[in-house]
Structure formats: structure tokens, C-alpha cells
Design a protein around this ligand. Structure first.
Ligand SMILES: NC(=O)c1ccc[n+]([C@@H]2O[C@H](COP(=O)([O-])OP(=O)(O)OC[C@H]3O[C@@H](n4cnc5c(N)ncnc54)[C@H](OP(=O)(O)O)[C@@H]3O)[C@@H](O)[C@H]2O)c1
Length: 365
């Protein structure tokens, strides 16, 4: 890796993703020269202690990006829309965790082990996918490349940390209220999340899907370079602290055995197969929390699809790490390794123009 030390800003540093970003930068010894921690004016001047180090929080304003090489944003779509262009105008490259830029055809949307080549033509903003999409696409990539994808149905079981710090506090409060025999008050979610399952993540769209469900549909298509992929999603919030779980049903183009599928998944960097039902071994949210890998198990044939072309799998990953912070830092590392931190036009590289559709896999597996 090119070891030039960079000035790195973390925007949304007081949030659950922002704090995890700082941890991951430290753990992976990312070449940080100066670390600038930014949040809203509410937090400006506060001290933040992470990994034994104390940092002062600054207010995220356009001027705060002067001299910044790399800005990792996790402060919501509004802040990203307002501040990311200002950061880019200062010469910084932004890796943005919000939904603000993901479906912009001029902006690469990248999962580190799936489409890192899409980083090359960035003009200053790179989008980090939604956490539910993030853990799904490396698994789908393995099938796309070996046997082709016909149709995907994914149902998510998403943790409360996916909504942020306020939602974690709401779940704790409702559990305490339940134990004390008091009413459970809900303000972050429309209903109590404790002891419940809420099939409403983000707002409802005119087509009846929620925005979260539709993100899985559209982002997966963009990252995989399969604009016509038939894919549907139901997204459900459950009272788990950290890690999203997904039940994924795939119709492939060519037949595929569960044994071969396990081999394909295990060959994807960052994917770990945990699949021994006799020993009650399968991916669990509690085991994945604090880890960077995507865990896959319960791999079996889906008999509702003919000709051995149906597969059912269970996919679990930490939404704060691989689902947000770790992928963002992996993208930053890829930019440094390839010398792509500066904008494509400055490097004389062609601008990103959207994903190049991959040829559908046709081999037998
Ligand atoms: N949680 C996840 O699993 C996850 C996964 C992928 C992507 N994301 C995305 O990451 C972002 C943050 O999520 P989170 O879960 O970390 O939320 P969070 O815990 O609620 O934290 C939000 C952060 O954004 C800051 N902020 C809010 N408005 C701001 C503004 N106008 N200017 C500057 N900073 C502002 C907050 O600062 P103050 O403390 O000063 O208010 C806080 O640091 C969201 O866009 C979310 O969609 C989250």
C-alpha cells in the first residue's frame, strides 16, 4: 500500500456507524496523518473517546474540508447532499454511507470484493451500499459468475442498530418498561420494537414496497451489473442489537448442487460458510456481531424450482462493520493501493459512466 499519510475526515463521527469507522481505521492501521471528526453543531466541541484516544468533535461545515484527502460520511442523506459536494470542491474524495448518491448513474456504488474496478472513474463521490444489499451481493456474485441468476427473493431480519443510536436506546427502554410492567413507548419506530417484528423499514413507496426493500432491488442490480435482474425483497426490523440476517431464495440459470454452492461461496473473499445442521451450526447474528465477514449457511436445494436450479441460503453479517464501516474503509484502502484517491479527471482516467453489465454465467457447477 502507498503509505503516504492522509488527512481523513469522519462525518457523523458521534453516530454508531461513525464510531465504528474510527475503530476500523485504527484496527486496520489505515495511513491516517490527521483525523478530523465532524458532526452536527449539536456535538461541536464535545470530546469523543474511542480505543483509549480522546478526540474533539468539530462542526461539519464546507470549510471543515479544507486540506482533507478522504472524507468518510455517515451523517444521513441530507447532510451528504449538502456537504459532500463542498468536500469534493475542496479536493477531497468522499465515501458516502447514505442513500443520497447510490443510484446516481455517474457515481460508483461499490462492494469491495464485487466491483472494486468501478472505483477507477470516480469524480470525488463514491457510494457505499445499503447494509442489507452489502451482505447479499457477494453471495449473488458467486452464483452469477458460475451459473447465472434468473430470479432472487430475499427476506431480511434487520437489527435495530441499523436505524442508529436513538433506536438502540428505544429498544433498551422498551425492554426495561416491559420488565417493570409499564407501557412500551415508541418514537423512533411506529410500533414497539421490543418482542416484535416490524415489516416497515424506511418509508412506503407508491408500489407498496418500502424504500429499504427497493434499495435492495435497485442497488443489487447496479452493483452486479445486471439491470434486468428479477429480484424482490421484504425487509423486517427485529429486536436484535447488531447484525442483519437474510433468507435468500435464488433461481439460477444452470443447475447447481448445494455442495458446489458452498464451495463457490467459500471462495469469495470475506465470505465464510458455517453449515453443519447436525451440530446446530449456522450463521447467527450474535456470532457475526463485531466481525467483518459475511456468514453463509443453511445452504439447500429449493425444490419449488425445477431442474436443480433452486437454492435457499441464510446470510448474516454485522451491519455496522461490513454493512457500513468496514466496506467504506476497504474502499479507502483500495483507492490508496491503486493510487486512485484523487479524482479521475485529475489522474487523466476516464469518468465512471455506470456499471458494465457482466455476461450472465452459463457454465455448469
Ligand atoms: N446503522 C447502520 O447499520 C447503517 C448502515 C449503512 C449505512 N448507514 C447510514 O449511515 C448514516 C448514519 O447512520 P447511524 O446509524 O450512524 O446514525 P446515528 O447513530 O443516528 O448517527 C448520526 C450521525 O450523523 C450526524 N449528523 C446528523 N445530522 C448531521 C448534519 N446535518 N451535519 C453533520 N452531522 C450530522 C450526527 O451528529 P450529532 O451527534 O451531532 O447529531 C451523528 O454523528 C445514515 O445515512 C445511515 O443511513 C447506517
Amino acid at each position: 500500500m502507498n503509505r503516504r499519510h492522509l488527512t481523513v475526515a469522519v462525518v457523523g463521527a458521534t453516530g454508531v456507524v461513525g464510531r465504528t469507522m474510527i475503530q476500523v481505521l485504527n484496527e486496520r492501521e489505515f495511513p491516517v496523518g490527521e483525523l478530523r471528526l465532524l458532526a452536527s453543531e449539536r456535538s461541536a466541541g464535545r470530546m469523543l473517546s474511542i480505543d483509549g484516544q480522546t478526540h474533539e468533535i468539530g462542526e461539519a461545515t464546507p470549510a471543515a474540508f479544507e486540506g482533507v484527502d478522504l472524507a468518510l460520511f455517515s451523517a444521513g442523506a441530507g447532510a451528504s447532499r449538502e456537504l459532500a459536494p463542498a468536500a469534493v470542491a475542496c479536493g477531497a474524495t468522499v465515501i458516502d454511507n447514505s442513500s443520497a448518491w447510490r443510484m446516481d448513474p455517474a457515481i460508483p456504488l461499490v462492494v469491495s470484493q464485487v466491483n472494486p474496478h468501478d472505483l477507477e472513474g470516480h469524480e470525488g463521490i463514491i457510494a457505499n451500499p445499503n447494509c442489507s444489499t452489502m451482505q447479499l451481493v457477494p453471495v449473488l456474485m458467486a452464483l452469477r459468475d458460475a451459473v447465472g441468476l434468473e430470479r432472487v427473493v430475499v427476506d431480511t431480519y434487520q437489527s435495530v442498530s441499523g436505524t442508529g443510536a436513538d433506536a438502540l436506546a428505544e429498544l433498551e427502554g422498551q425492554i426495561r418498561a416491559h420488565v417493570a410492567g409499564e407501557p412500551k413507548r415508541a418514537s423512533v419506530y411506529p410500533h414497539p420494537i421490543a418482542f416484535n417484528a416490524l415489516p416497515e423499514i424506511d418509508v412506503f413507496l407508491p408500489n407498496g414496497y418500502t424504500k429499504e426493500e427497493w434499495k435492495v432491488v435497485t442497488e443489487s442490480r447496479k452493483i452486479l451489473g445486471l439491470p434486468d435482474l428479477r429480484i424482490s425483497c421484504t425487509a423486517v426490523r427485529i429486536p436484535v442489537h447488531v447484525s442483519h440476517s437474510e433468507a435468500v431464495h435464488v433461481e439460477t440459470r444452470q443447475p447447481l448442487t448445494p455442495e458446489r454452492a458452498r464451495e463457490l461461496f467459500a471462495a469469495v473473499p470475506g465470505v465464510v460458510v458455517r453449515d453443519d445442521p447436525d451440530e446446530h451450526e449456522y450463521p447467527l447474528a450474535s456470532d457475526a456481531a463485531g466481525r467483518d465477514e459475511i456468514f453463509v449457511g443453511r445452504v439447500r436445494r429449493d425444490p419449488s424450482i425445477p431442474d436443480g436450479r433452486g437454492l435457499a441460503v441464510w446470510v448474516v453479517s454485522d451491519n455496522l462493520r461490513k454493512g457500513a464501516a468496514t466496506n467504506a474503509v476497504e474502499l479507502a484502502e483500495a483507492l490508496v493501493e491503486r493510487d486512485w484517491v484523487t479524482h479521475a479527471s485529475t489522474r487523466g482516467a476516464p469518468r465512471y459512466r455506470g456499471p458494465v453489465p457482466e455476461p450472465a454465467g452459463g457454465g455448469t457447477a
